[in-house]
Ligand binder design. Structure first.
Ligand SMILES: Nc1ncnc2c1ncn2[C@@H]1O[C@H](COP(=O)(O)OP(=O)(O)OP(=O)(O)O)[C@@H](O)[C@H]1O
Length: 479
């Protein structure tokens, strides 16, 4: 029988498995346990919580003192009390992902349990995924609801999505219609544009990291996300090979968010083909496959590219461009235009051409039309430490045995949703005001940015212009 006995904190009779609401509202760090006991009268008892800031041993001791007839004790961690794990739905490099039920509100969530241990809160806060996702709130970016650290383990609580795009493609019997592809791509691009505009690039876009429920698609897995304003060189890049941009394959360490656009182009082609466009078996094979389809670039096509450390492969792999319709026969002219390299060489600027305010001067736009500013000036724009950091750092540095809950956004919130698609170029938005059903292609020339295009700025002159500190979500302290 759940919920018998009185809660020592609020005096209520029972809290079932949800714990004590009073305790949770007053204590930024609280520990409570649901105790499941068999008493001498033969009944089972469970007690909502016992005290705050209690360690397991203290808790057990208290139980023995208070309830002498306890024979068995089940100790649940706060995470287990709040979430019921249903099944594993993903096993990535960094974490295992579980479908779970939030017992408090009956909401299904996805919980990503990180594989490595986290001994300090600072480590958690410094994770790319935590840093970027806490600041990004967009319909096409998967929502991070909460971060929990418990016994040196870190859990990200996300909104739950039904499938990833790889699963959707794998299950697909017939090719997607162009309308369906336009719908998916327009959403991905809106999420990506928002992300770039707010100062992040993803660096690991691939079908497995695009999550789908019904017609809605969202970008997930920000484990490799990087702040646009972070200084090159970038050396820790490990994105999935098939979607890896040539500048990364050729060992550039000054690549830009254009690498995300390369991945989008490869994913777009894959949506038509239902198989990967460049399924390289090694890095060299990857470069080889790109050259056989797009043709080997020369200095007129990609002047910066041939200066890269590994560009000597271009001497070995000398190929003319293939006829792309042989490879993607079901794609329209506009779609081919979008996928193809080189024909519209500067169009990545259109993707980033969000407005004329100084805040928008970043990346492609900055590089193309704004002189770079000296590094020391760029330093002035350092992002302010967000408020919620202090909430947790204050007095919580190393309560390593405690569980820390970090609620971010409630499911019905939509604060700081900077989608602002009105600022996107019309050719890019595609009839975005229309519901996400069919994506039309803007002007007659069709798609207007190059996806699969080496867009490298590798001359070292790139200096991030300013920090695009995204608005900080409201801090939600404990319910
Ligand atoms: N919010 C979610 N809803 C449903 N499924 C999810 C969610 N987040 C992740 N998944 C599933 O779990 C898989 C792995 O998640 P994720 O990519 O975040 O882990 P990872 O360890 O960072 O993986 P990777 O190996 O790509 O680095 C995803 O491909 C997806 O199928």
């Amino acid at each position: 029988m759940w919920g018998s006995g009185k809660c020592s904190e609020c005096g209520e009779d029972k809290h079932k498995a949800t714990g004590c609401p009073k305790l949770r509202s007053i204590a930024p760090v609280c520990m409570f346990w649901v105790m499941h006991s068999h008493s001498s009268d033969g009944n089972e008892y469970s007690f909502g919580c016992i005290g705050k800031f209690m360690l397991v041993d203290t808790c057990l001791y208290a139980v023995q003192i208070l309830y002498k007839d306890v024979k068995e004790l089940l100790v649940l961690s706060p995470l287990e009390v709040q979430y019921k794990f249903i099944n594993e739905i993903g096993d990535g490099t960094c974490g295992n992902v579980y479908k779970a039920l939030n017992i408090e509100n009956n909401e299904i969530v996805a919980i990503k349990k990180m594989k490595r241990k986290f001994y300090f809160w600072e480590e958690c806060m410094n994770l790319c995924e935590a840093k970027s996702l806490r600041k990004l709130n967009h319909t096409n970016i998967v929502k991070l609801k909460e971060i929990v650290r418990e016994n040196h383990e870190l859990f990200f609580i996300f909104e739950h999505m039904e499938y990833n795009l790889y699963q959707v493609m794998r299950e697909r019997q017939n090719p997607f219609t162009e309308g369906e592809i336009r719908n998916l791509m327009s959403q991905v691009l809106q999420g990506l544009a928002y992300m770039h505009k707010n100062g992040y690039f993803h660096r690991d876009l691939k079908p497995e990291n695009l999550l789908v429920t019904h017609d809605v698609i969202k970008i997930a897995d920000f484990g490799l996300a990087r702040e646009v304003t972070s200084e090159p060189p970038y050396t820790d890049y490990v994105s999935t090979r098939w979607y890896r941009a040539p500048e990364v394959l050729l060992k550039s360490s000054f690549y830009t968010p254009a690498i995300d656009m390369w991945a989008v182009g490869a994913i777009l082609a894959e949506l038509f083909m239902l198989s990967p466009l460049f399924p390289g078996e090694s890095e060299i094979d990857q470069i080889y496959r790109i050259c056989t389809i797009l043709g080997t670039p020369d200095s007129s096509i990609w002047p910066d590219g041939i200066l890269l450390p590994h560009s000597t492969y271009f001497n070995i792999f000398q190929f003319p461009p293939a006829d792309i319709w042989d490879i993607i026969p079901n794609a329209s002219l506009e779609a081919i235009d979008l996928i193809l390299v080189g024909q519209l060489p500067k169009l990545e600027l259109k993707l980033w051409d969000f407005g004329t305010e100084s805040d928008d001067c970043f990346l492609g736009l900055t590089l193309a039309v704004q002189p770079s500013i000296p590094e020391r000036d760029a330093g002035k724009h350092v992002i302010q430490q967000p408020r919620e950091d202090f909430l947790f750092y204050n007095g919580c540095q190393d309560h390593s045995n405690r569980s820390l809950f970090w609620p971010l956004l409630s499911s019905d919130q939509n604060i700081n949703d900077l989608t602002d698609i009105s600022l996107l170029p019309s050719s890019y938005i595609l009839s975005s005001q229309a519901p996400q059903s069919t994506i039309s292609v803007g002007e007659s020339s069709g798609f207007t940015f190059p996806s699969v295009q080496p867009t490298l700025l590798d001359n070292g002159a790139f200096r991030p212009m300013m920090s695009l500190s995204a608005p900080i979500p409201n801090v939600h302290s404990f319910k």
